[in-house]
Design a protein around this ligand. Structure first.
Ligand code: ZN
Ligand code: ZN
Length: 270
Protein backbone atom coordinates (compact mmCIF):
# COMPACT_ATOMS: atom_id res chain seq x y z
CA UNK A 1 0.00 0.00 0.00
CA UNK A 2 1.27 3.40 -0.95
CA UNK A 3 0.48 6.42 1.15
CA UNK A 4 -1.81 9.20 0.02
CA UNK A 5 -2.52 12.47 1.81
CA UNK A 6 -5.67 14.50 1.44
CA UNK A 7 -4.93 18.14 0.54
CA UNK A 8 -7.54 20.05 2.56
CA UNK A 9 -7.38 23.29 0.58
CA UNK A 10 -7.11 21.93 -2.93
CA UNK A 11 -9.36 18.99 -2.04
CA UNK A 12 -7.24 16.51 -3.89
CA UNK A 13 -5.14 13.50 -3.10
CA UNK A 14 -1.38 13.86 -2.94
CA UNK A 15 0.20 10.52 -3.81
CA UNK A 16 3.76 9.50 -3.42
CA UNK A 17 5.32 10.25 -6.76
CA UNK A 18 7.23 7.02 -7.22
CA UNK A 19 4.43 4.49 -7.11
CA UNK A 20 3.40 2.24 -9.98
CA UNK A 21 -0.19 1.44 -9.02
CA UNK A 22 -1.46 2.43 -5.55
CA UNK A 23 -4.32 1.00 -3.48
CA UNK A 24 -5.62 2.68 -0.36
CA UNK A 25 -8.73 2.59 1.78
CA UNK A 26 -11.19 5.31 0.88
CA UNK A 27 -11.45 7.81 3.71
CA UNK A 28 -14.65 9.38 2.41
CA UNK A 29 -16.54 6.34 1.22
CA UNK A 30 -20.16 6.42 0.16
CA UNK A 31 -20.49 2.94 1.52
CA UNK A 32 -18.47 1.59 4.43
CA UNK A 33 -18.53 0.57 8.07
CA UNK A 34 -17.35 -2.50 9.86
CA UNK A 35 -19.49 -4.44 7.42
CA UNK A 36 -17.79 -3.59 4.17
CA UNK A 37 -14.66 -2.17 2.55
CA UNK A 38 -14.02 0.62 0.09
CA UNK A 39 -10.71 0.94 -1.68
CA UNK A 40 -9.42 3.38 -4.25
CA UNK A 41 -6.99 2.20 -6.92
CA UNK A 42 -4.77 4.90 -8.43
CA UNK A 43 -3.89 3.59 -11.88
CA UNK A 44 -0.77 5.73 -12.34
CA UNK A 45 1.08 8.61 -10.68
CA UNK A 46 0.58 10.69 -13.85
CA UNK A 47 -2.25 13.11 -13.08
CA UNK A 48 -3.54 14.06 -16.55
CA UNK A 49 -3.67 10.54 -17.90
CA UNK A 50 -6.24 7.77 -18.16
CA UNK A 51 -6.64 4.02 -18.02
CA UNK A 52 -6.71 3.73 -21.81
CA UNK A 53 -3.45 5.66 -22.14
CA UNK A 54 -1.49 3.13 -20.05
CA UNK A 55 0.74 0.58 -21.76
CA UNK A 56 -0.56 -2.98 -22.14
CA UNK A 57 2.08 -4.08 -19.59
CA UNK A 58 0.84 -1.51 -17.09
CA UNK A 59 -2.78 -2.59 -17.57
CA UNK A 60 -1.68 -6.21 -17.07
CA UNK A 61 -0.20 -5.17 -13.72
CA UNK A 62 -3.44 -3.40 -12.87
CA UNK A 63 -5.41 -6.56 -13.65
CA UNK A 64 -3.08 -8.38 -11.23
CA UNK A 65 -3.89 -5.74 -8.59
CA UNK A 66 -7.64 -6.15 -9.19
CA UNK A 67 -7.20 -9.92 -8.91
CA UNK A 68 -5.15 -9.69 -5.69
CA UNK A 69 -7.64 -7.32 -4.06
CA UNK A 70 -10.54 -9.55 -5.18
CA UNK A 71 -8.89 -12.54 -3.50
CA UNK A 72 -7.88 -10.58 -0.41
CA UNK A 73 -11.23 -8.84 0.19
CA UNK A 74 -13.12 -12.01 -0.76
CA UNK A 75 -11.47 -13.77 2.16
CA UNK A 76 -12.72 -11.23 4.74
CA UNK A 77 -15.45 -12.77 6.92
CA UNK A 78 -17.99 -9.98 6.27
CA UNK A 79 -17.44 -9.60 2.54
CA UNK A 80 -19.90 -11.43 0.31
CA UNK A 81 -19.06 -9.70 -2.95
CA UNK A 82 -16.11 -7.82 -4.46
CA UNK A 83 -17.09 -5.16 -6.96
CA UNK A 84 -14.39 -3.52 -9.12
CA UNK A 85 -15.53 -0.40 -10.93
CA UNK A 86 -14.59 3.00 -12.30
CA UNK A 87 -16.56 6.22 -12.57
CA UNK A 88 -14.93 8.44 -15.14
CA UNK A 89 -15.65 12.07 -15.93
CA UNK A 90 -17.51 14.99 -14.41
CA UNK A 91 -20.70 13.89 -16.17
CA UNK A 92 -20.66 10.88 -13.83
CA UNK A 93 -20.06 13.14 -10.83
CA UNK A 94 -16.37 12.41 -10.35
CA UNK A 95 -14.62 15.01 -8.22
CA UNK A 96 -11.16 13.42 -8.21
CA UNK A 97 -9.73 13.83 -11.70
CA UNK A 98 -6.68 11.64 -11.10
CA UNK A 99 -7.05 8.35 -13.03
CA UNK A 100 -8.49 5.91 -10.53
CA UNK A 101 -11.06 3.24 -9.94
CA UNK A 102 -12.67 1.74 -6.87
CA UNK A 103 -13.26 -1.60 -5.22
CA UNK A 104 -16.17 -2.21 -2.87
CA UNK A 105 -16.35 -5.24 -0.64
CA UNK A 106 -20.07 -5.54 0.08
CA UNK A 107 -21.46 -7.57 3.00
CA UNK A 108 -24.13 -8.82 0.55
CA UNK A 109 -24.40 -9.73 -3.13
CA UNK A 110 -25.64 -6.50 -4.80
CA UNK A 111 -29.04 -6.62 -6.58
CA UNK A 112 -27.83 -6.40 -10.19
CA UNK A 113 -25.43 -9.30 -9.69
CA UNK A 114 -28.11 -11.26 -7.82
CA UNK A 115 -30.45 -10.90 -10.79
CA UNK A 116 -27.73 -12.03 -13.19
CA UNK A 117 -26.86 -15.04 -11.02
CA UNK A 118 -30.53 -16.05 -10.79
CA UNK A 119 -31.05 -15.73 -14.56
CA UNK A 120 -27.88 -17.73 -15.23
CA UNK A 121 -28.93 -20.46 -12.79
CA UNK A 122 -32.41 -20.70 -14.38
CA UNK A 123 -30.90 -20.84 -17.87
CA UNK A 124 -28.37 -23.51 -16.86
CA UNK A 125 -31.13 -25.64 -15.28
CA UNK A 126 -33.25 -25.41 -18.40
CA UNK A 127 -30.59 -25.68 -21.11
CA UNK A 128 -27.59 -27.20 -19.38
CA UNK A 129 -25.37 -24.41 -20.69
CA UNK A 130 -23.97 -21.06 -19.60
CA UNK A 131 -26.29 -18.19 -20.53
CA UNK A 132 -23.48 -15.78 -21.30
CA UNK A 133 -21.48 -18.35 -23.34
CA UNK A 134 -24.62 -18.52 -25.52
CA UNK A 135 -24.86 -14.71 -25.66
CA UNK A 136 -21.29 -14.67 -27.01
CA UNK A 137 -22.16 -17.50 -29.40
CA UNK A 138 -24.89 -15.20 -30.74
CA UNK A 139 -22.26 -12.60 -31.65
CA UNK A 140 -20.47 -14.72 -34.27
CA UNK A 141 -21.89 -12.67 -37.16
CA UNK A 142 -19.84 -9.75 -35.83
CA UNK A 143 -22.60 -7.18 -36.45
CA UNK A 144 -22.45 -5.94 -32.88
CA UNK A 145 -18.74 -6.63 -32.34
CA UNK A 146 -16.57 -3.59 -31.55
CA UNK A 147 -13.28 -5.50 -31.33
CA UNK A 148 -12.05 -8.97 -30.46
CA UNK A 149 -8.90 -11.03 -30.08
CA UNK A 150 -8.19 -14.72 -29.54
CA UNK A 151 -9.55 -14.68 -25.96
CA UNK A 152 -11.88 -11.70 -25.48
CA UNK A 153 -14.71 -9.94 -27.25
CA UNK A 154 -16.04 -6.37 -26.92
CA UNK A 155 -19.58 -5.95 -28.24
CA UNK A 156 -22.70 -3.85 -27.92
CA UNK A 157 -25.22 -6.32 -26.51
CA UNK A 158 -28.61 -6.57 -28.27
CA UNK A 159 -30.13 -5.72 -24.86
CA UNK A 160 -27.97 -2.58 -24.32
CA UNK A 161 -29.63 0.13 -22.22
CA UNK A 162 -27.18 2.91 -23.14
CA UNK A 163 -26.38 3.95 -26.75
CA UNK A 164 -22.66 3.19 -26.48
CA UNK A 165 -22.87 0.46 -23.88
CA UNK A 166 -20.23 -2.23 -24.43
CA UNK A 167 -19.64 -5.58 -22.77
CA UNK A 168 -16.11 -6.96 -22.60
CA UNK A 169 -15.99 -10.68 -21.89
CA UNK A 170 -13.72 -13.72 -22.12
CA UNK A 171 -14.68 -16.08 -24.98
CA UNK A 172 -14.04 -19.10 -22.78
CA UNK A 173 -16.04 -19.56 -19.61
CA UNK A 174 -14.37 -17.74 -16.69
CA UNK A 175 -16.14 -16.73 -13.50
CA UNK A 176 -14.09 -13.77 -12.39
CA UNK A 177 -10.69 -12.14 -12.06
CA UNK A 178 -9.46 -15.02 -9.89
CA UNK A 179 -10.12 -17.46 -12.75
CA UNK A 180 -8.00 -15.69 -15.37
CA UNK A 181 -4.63 -17.11 -16.38
CA UNK A 182 -1.68 -15.06 -17.70
CA UNK A 183 -2.79 -15.42 -21.32
CA UNK A 184 -6.28 -14.24 -20.38
CA UNK A 185 -4.76 -11.24 -18.59
CA UNK A 186 -2.67 -10.21 -21.57
CA UNK A 187 -5.59 -10.49 -23.99
CA UNK A 188 -7.85 -8.69 -21.48
CA UNK A 189 -5.34 -5.81 -21.14
CA UNK A 190 -5.06 -5.49 -24.92
CA UNK A 191 -8.80 -5.39 -25.57
CA UNK A 192 -9.51 -3.10 -22.62
CA UNK A 193 -6.99 -0.59 -23.94
CA UNK A 194 -8.37 -0.97 -27.47
CA UNK A 195 -11.94 -0.27 -26.32
CA UNK A 196 -11.04 2.73 -24.14
CA UNK A 197 -9.07 4.30 -26.99
CA UNK A 198 -12.06 3.85 -29.29
CA UNK A 199 -14.26 5.52 -26.69
CA UNK A 200 -11.95 8.55 -26.55
CA UNK A 201 -11.82 8.78 -30.36
CA UNK A 202 -15.60 8.58 -30.69
CA UNK A 203 -16.22 12.30 -30.07
CA UNK A 204 -12.56 13.33 -29.73
CA UNK A 205 -12.75 13.96 -26.01
CA UNK A 206 -12.29 11.69 -22.98
CA UNK A 207 -15.63 9.89 -22.96
CA UNK A 208 -17.23 9.68 -19.50
CA UNK A 209 -18.29 6.17 -18.50
CA UNK A 210 -19.08 3.78 -15.71
CA UNK A 211 -17.04 0.57 -15.90
CA UNK A 212 -18.66 -2.25 -13.90
CA UNK A 213 -17.02 -5.64 -13.43
CA UNK A 214 -19.49 -8.44 -12.88
CA UNK A 215 -17.61 -11.37 -11.45
CA UNK A 216 -18.85 -14.34 -9.46
CA UNK A 217 -19.06 -13.99 -5.68
CA UNK A 218 -16.01 -15.28 -3.75
CA UNK A 219 -15.88 -18.92 -2.71
CA UNK A 220 -16.57 -22.09 -4.62
CA UNK A 221 -20.16 -21.56 -5.74
CA UNK A 222 -21.78 -19.76 -8.66
CA UNK A 223 -19.74 -21.56 -11.32
CA UNK A 224 -22.50 -20.75 -13.83
CA UNK A 225 -21.52 -17.07 -13.76
CA UNK A 226 -19.56 -15.76 -16.75
CA UNK A 227 -17.24 -12.84 -16.01
CA UNK A 228 -17.90 -9.68 -18.01
CA UNK A 229 -17.18 -5.97 -17.77
CA UNK A 230 -20.00 -3.55 -18.61
CA UNK A 231 -19.37 0.02 -19.79
CA UNK A 232 -22.08 2.69 -19.67
CA UNK A 233 -21.12 6.00 -21.26
CA UNK A 234 -23.91 8.54 -20.60
CA UNK A 235 -23.50 10.27 -24.00
CA UNK A 236 -26.05 9.87 -26.77
CA UNK A 237 -23.96 12.09 -29.03
CA UNK A 238 -21.10 14.56 -28.76
CA UNK A 239 -23.13 17.05 -26.73
CA UNK A 240 -26.25 15.17 -25.72
CA UNK A 241 -26.54 13.04 -22.62
CA UNK A 242 -28.99 10.26 -22.01
CA UNK A 243 -30.96 11.18 -18.90
CA UNK A 244 -32.78 8.61 -16.87
CA UNK A 245 -36.34 9.89 -16.78
CA UNK A 246 -39.90 8.71 -16.25
CA UNK A 247 -39.70 5.37 -18.01
CA UNK A 248 -36.26 4.42 -16.69
CA UNK A 249 -36.56 5.70 -13.12
CA UNK A 250 -40.27 5.29 -12.52
CA UNK A 251 -40.92 2.07 -14.41
CA UNK A 252 -37.50 0.48 -14.75
CA UNK A 253 -37.86 0.35 -18.54
CA UNK A 254 -34.96 1.77 -20.56
CA UNK A 255 -35.85 3.50 -23.82
CA UNK A 256 -33.20 3.67 -26.49
CA UNK A 257 -33.13 5.60 -29.75
CA UNK A 258 -30.02 3.84 -31.07
CA UNK A 259 -29.61 0.37 -32.56
CA UNK A 260 -26.83 -1.79 -31.11
CA UNK A 261 -25.75 -2.73 -34.66
CA UNK A 262 -25.29 0.93 -35.59
CA UNK A 263 -23.35 2.07 -32.50
CA UNK A 264 -21.18 -1.07 -32.71
CA UNK A 265 -20.38 -0.25 -36.36
CA UNK A 266 -19.50 3.31 -35.36
CA UNK A 267 -17.11 2.14 -32.62
CA UNK A 268 -15.67 -0.60 -34.82
CA UNK A 269 -14.79 1.87 -37.58
CA UNK A 270 -12.70 4.12 -35.28
ZN1 ZN B 1 -19.89 -18.95 -19.87
ZN1 ZN C 1 -23.50 -7.92 -15.96
Amino acid sequence: MSELRWHLLLEEWVPESDYHIAVFENRFPSYTGEQGRCEVVCYTPVHDSSLGEQSVEHIQDLIEVWRDRTNELGRLPNVRYVYVFENRGEAIGVTLSHPHGQIYGYPFVPPVVQRELAAEARYARKNGRCLYCDVIEGETSGQRTVARNDRWIAFVPPFARWPYEVHLAPLQHRGGLADLDDEDNLAFARLLKDLLQRYDRLFNFPLPYVMAMHQRPPGRGHRQHHFHVEFYPPNRSRNKMKFLAGSELGAGAFILDARAEDTAAELRAL
